[in-house]
Design a protein around this ligand. Structure first.
Ligand code: HEC
Ligand code: HEC
Ligand code: HEC
Length: 421
């Protein structure tokens, strides 16, 4: 009965929509699609400041500047529509930018392209300048050798290292146009190339430059042929992926990786901090849930845990007065693993789940501390926890003891600290 009713309802609806719209196909609303699928990362107004942006590295593109990395156009030029369609449908490997091909029709992708172009005024006044491309050369030993010579001549090693692993002399201090630290790609792991790993993809990156990043175009310094040979050479730099290795090889590979990661203790600490979600609680956010980035790790997020009170997350930056700058390593470690504050009082396991961190390995704790010490100082004095009024206290206790509910936890937007901005 219910089924009959709903299927006749469906037929009725179908009849209704087809009379209203006739044969015409419903136009795709690019702006609406963008708001639904893209704004959480790229921001409602395309500034690259969506809800999740503060947690992502690399950051989602800021569409307002018109600067794009993955193009088939001259350096500094806008991308073509086809370039944008490729980035959207194929996604950008080893970043959080998904491949949208399974989720959006071609028509929807085109509609969303039209919409993201409205974020930058450049698209209204400029045309993309496509490059002329010679045909791709064959992978002969001779071309590979010439490509290797070009790698040297063009000083790719200054950023990507002699062995291509991204540990070149200046690789550590690179920043993008938005002032964010960035790294030269490890050229021995082609599956991580964001714009794809074919010889053509690789060629395009240094032929056109990756606008907005330190990776320039090299066409002025070389010939078209040389650049193609270089792409052939780079495509041969890839090491064997793990899934093609055999027993001993895998073991040795992991051993080398482990040695490497313990040699960069700050980087390992950053990894620990992100897995433990420190920034998630120790950064304040706005009404629209976006992180207040100037205060990342500077605390100020207010948590109300009934019946225990209001807790403000602490300033974890290296500021001496208001952050961890004045704490000893042991004080930090004791707090994180035991919940014991500097004055000897113990924190309840809400809202910071310190019991989850109780069994952190000493090496991981050392790395976490090293990472926290590397955070530039931001002044933001955090008030002590506040007790709730007697009514909320009693209601909270009643819920916990009689109704056996977990203490409800609410978070509030805004910086509850005293400084920072
Ligand atoms: C989960 C987060 C996320 C979502 C959702 C997302 N993106 Fe992205 N997007 C990114 C990131 C991160 C980058 C930057 C990657 C980089 O810099 O290498 C990016 C980059 C881009 C680029 C720039 C390519 C270039 O040449 O510089 C385009 C275009 C783009 N996204 C379009 C979209 C569209 C359209 C949608 C929605 C259909 C979308 N993105 C949804 C994270 C996201
Ligand atoms: C000034 C430093 C610098 C120099 C010099 C440089 N690169 Fe890069 N390169 C970068 C950075 C930074 C990135 C990562 C860009 C990003 O995705 O944000 C990169 C990315 C790449 C990528 C990966 C693109 C992708 O799809 O993810 C390739 C391939 C590459 N470079 C090859 C080269 C070659 C070959 C040379 C020499 C002609 C060269 N680079 C010179 C800094 C440099
Ligand atoms: C679920 C949220 C949450 C997470 C995750 C979290 N914290 Fe906290 N943290 C807090 C809150 C809230 C406070 C303030 C507690 C108080 O004042 O009693 C705090 C306090 C602190 C304090 C200062 C204690 C004091 O003297 O007031 C330090 C240090 C600290 N956290 C470090 C960390 C580190 C390091 C991580 C990641 C390993 C982390 N926290 C993860 C919420 C969190």
């Amino acid at each position: 009965m219910v089924q009959r009713l709903s299927s006749s309802l469906f037929l009725l609806l179908l009849a209704f929509t087809s009379t209203v719209h006739g044969q015409a196909v419903l136009p795709v609303d690019g702006a609406k699609l963008y708001d639904e699928k893209c704004a959480s990362c790229h921001g409602k107004s395309g500034r690259g400041d969506g809800k999740y942006a503060g947690f992502l590295s690399p950051r989602p593109r800021d569409f307002t500047s018109g600067r794009y990395k993955f193009r088939s156009t001259e350096t500094g030029s806008l991308p073509t529509d086809a370039d944008l369609v490729t980035s959207i449908t194929a996604g950008l490997h080893s970043t959080s930018m998904p491949a949208w091909k399974p989720f959006l029709s071609q028509e929807q992708v085109l509609a969303v392209v039209v919409h993201i172009k409205t974020f930058s005024p450049r698209f209204a006044s400029e045309q993309p300048r496509s490059i002329a491309m010679a045909p791709e050369p064959a992978q002969t030993p001779q071309n590979i050798e010439k490509g290797r010579a070009a790698y040297e001549k063009l000083k790719c090693a200054a950023c990507h290292g002699v062995d291509g692993r991204g540990t070149g002399a200046i690789a550590q201090a690179l920043k993008d146009d938005w002032g964010r630290p960035t790294r030269a790609t490890n050229l021995t792991e082609p599956w991580s190339f964001r714009g794809g790993r074919t010889v053509r993809d690789i060629y395009l990156r240094f032929r056109t430059g990756m606008n907005g990043t330190p990776m320039p175009s090299f066409i002025e310094a070389s010939t078209e042929q040389e650049l193609w040979q270089l792409a052939v050479f780079v495509s041969t730099m890839g090491r064997r992926p793990l899934w093609e290795m055999k027993g001993d090889e895998v073991a040795n590979f992991y051993k080398a990786q482990q040695q490497e990661s313990s040699s960069d203790i700050v980087e390992h600490g950053e990894y620990i901090a992100s897995v433990a979600g420190c920034a998630f609680c120790h950064s304040p956010f706005r009404d629209d849930d976006t992180m207040i980035e100037e205060l990342k790790f500077a605390g100020g997020q207010r948590f109300r845990v009934n019946p225990f009170g209001d807790f403000i997350s602490y300033n974890l930056t290296s500021d001496k007065e208001t952050g961890l700058g004045g704490w000893t390593d042991d004080q930090i470690k004791t707090f994180v693993t035991k919940g014991v504050r500097r004055d000897g009082t113990r924190m309840i396991p809400y809202p910071m789940p310190w019991p989850n961190f109780a069994h952190m390995k000493p090496a991981d704790l050392d790395a976490l501390v090293a990472f926290l010490r590397s955070l530039p100082p931001v002044s933001n004095r955090i008030p002590p926890p506040a007790r709730p009024n007697i009514v909320s206290y009693l209601v909270g206790k009643f819920r916990m003891l009689i109704l056996q509910q977990d203490p409800p936890l609410n978070t509030y937007a805004g910086n509850a600290g005293e400084g920072g901005r």
